[in-house]
Ligand binder design. Sequence first.
Ligand code: 1QQ
Length: 377
Amino acid sequence: ITGMTIGALLLTTAGCGGGGTAPAANSGSQGGTAKIGVIAYMTGGGAAYGEAIKEGLDLAKDEINAQGKVQIELVYADSRGEKTEAINGANKLINKDNVVGIIGPTLSGEMFAAGPIANQAGIPIMGTSTTAEGIPALGDFVFRNALPEFLAVPQAVEKAISTYSLKKVAVMYSNNNDWAVSGYKTIESTLKKNGVEIIATETFADKDTDYSAQLTKIASLKPDAVMVSSLYQEAALILKKAREIGIAVPFVGTNGFNSPELIKIAGSAADGAVVASPWFPGKDNEKVQKFIADYKAKYNNKVPDQFAAQSYDALYIYANALEQAGTTTDRQKLRDAIASIKDFEGVTGKFAFDENREPVMDATVLIVKDGQFTELK
Ligand code: 1QQ
């Protein structure tokens, strides 16, 4: 069902309930429904990120609309992981669909391209998975509820240093991906701060498939661990190759590692991968377990991943802000209401925005063991 169809259905229902009165025509809404645009990486090499994001949003939308305090329609634009498509999506959602706010895009690089457009147009835009340094700094209308790497990476790296007594490590990152570069810089500064020696720094590009040169060199240096900043596709191929040539040490990753797709592609080679996340489905928490049950019921028994959980929370943050702002059309009021969110409790835990529109939230350090993310204690 497309966003248009859902909007039409809601209009029909509203028309009946209101005794045939036509709903007022106002920008950004249809019959009291807030139109929210979504820019997500839905096709291409990282499509599992966008698929999870869409599933989390659609589930949250159904629940929010059934609760009845606010009505939300989602209009999707596929960015395919590309900056130009993210820009096209933002322009279409703003100028053609007349949305009141935007969720996404998926990649930080896409947000660096599309965020300034929304900001300039005075439309709130919130990344659910954009973790590079400098996202909310793009402007007053730019938010994220993703855990930034400057909070996540030090936790994962320091946990690995203490657990495995790391002395010398190798680092790898994709050098044509803004977020991967940002994550790499945080890895590097954390290692330096902790006095761990970096014995090799190897680069590659998104969509590369052959990592033998970098990994052969790294293998010869016998590191205590390898730290990788890349999306799941590249990380999975790196892990496979590394295990194949005998690199058996732990691999610490940045946010790209958080998709279960990493494990699906790498298989047993993913065991020993360490990453920090605000999401852990094993959490003994009523809200978390209800979300998992409802998600599994809607999506063929699939367990939600971090990307689904963060987008699910993001739509609830929007719904709370819409309710508080008392509007489905006023973008400035919506922005101010989002900025004032202080004590939100989501499936990724307690959440607030600080004065720089950066999230305040906790993380758990996870490790892949026997093909499953488990807590690294
Ligand atoms: C970013 C990320 C990616 C891993 C999202 C899929 O964290 O681009 O910021």
